[in-house]
Design a protein around this ligand. Sequence first.
Ligand SMILES: C[S@@+](CC[C@H](N)C(=O)[O-])C[C@H]1O[C@@H](n2cnc3c(N)ncnc32)[C@H](O)[C@@H]1O
Length: 317
Amino acid sequence: MGAGSRIVWPVRIQRPDEPLTLDDDLVVAAENLPVLSHLPGGVFDLVYMDPPFNTGRAQARARIEVTHAPGARGPGARTGFGGRRYQSRLLERLSYEDAFDDYLAFLEPRLRAARDLLAAHGTLYFHIDYREAHYCKLLLDEIFGRDAFLNELIWAYDYGAKPRRRWPAKHDTILVYARVPGAHHFDAEAVEREPYMAPGLVGPEKAARGKRPTDVWFHTIVATNGREKTGYPTQKPEGVLRRIVAASSRPGGWCLDPFAGSGTLGAVCAALGRRYVLVDSSPTAVEVMRARLGGSAAPSPGSVLPVAGQQRLDTVT
Ligand SMILES: C[S@@+](CC[C@H](N)C(=O)[O-])C[C@H]1O[C@@H](n2cnc3c(N)ncnc32)[C@H](O)[C@@H]1O
């Protein structure tokens, strides 16, 4: 980003004539649409989009601290294994809104902008669930062209409540589109192999090597006490993003997440040696990303946050 240029939160770009240039990894605290129009076109290997799913209710998580407290009583007191008493305390509530009057009208300009940001060899991964997946597929076909459609990935997990009057919905859908049909980068060998479902049906050598993943991915959600857990609502597992980044971006290539949340794409890019731009309008999300990705300065609303060694902080008014 050029010296003196600014982004003002939430939507106004101070210097419309001055584009964002990519010289280091960026976390941008802003509404994503104007940011997308200020990024250089045709340079991203990968755009991963994980928007709110239009569930009709706010997505919220409470962060709770639980301590061993033998005499605990009243609100927050619990009994654990072996009758041990614990006291829980609410640390913070993280949330974002997830209800839209016209969901596709919200998505369309962002998808069009994302397409224009992709390099000719670039790929879009659009993450959604069963409620809107089919409407989004039609919209994406219109924007990218049906011949650019590569995959419908199914990420299957097994966690949470299970209704008894229908099949419990335990999968998300990730729709994959090439910027230019046939020109997309895809490195099948860079993706970690997984065990065959029936290793007895293939020879021992093949069974030991494992198989390349198909378009159905069984992967746990982020473990409640796991290393990567940030507490941010709807945080996606790094394992799912790792496959996407490894297959569809080149080492050193630029990746973009306009709905970055806790910054999962950034964490994976940093681990795999890719560059990233992350955008989120929620100050809480930006705080979480700073803690996760190692920002070197406290963010203020609308700031472009330096991460991963970036020296400069472009401030806001
Ligand atoms: C499903 S969450 C993303 C979760 C993320 N993939 C992760 O692993 O943590 C969607 C995010 O989009 C953000 N968001 C929603 N509308 C936005 C907009 N117009 N501009 C920027 N961010 C937005 C929300 O604040 C939320 O953090």
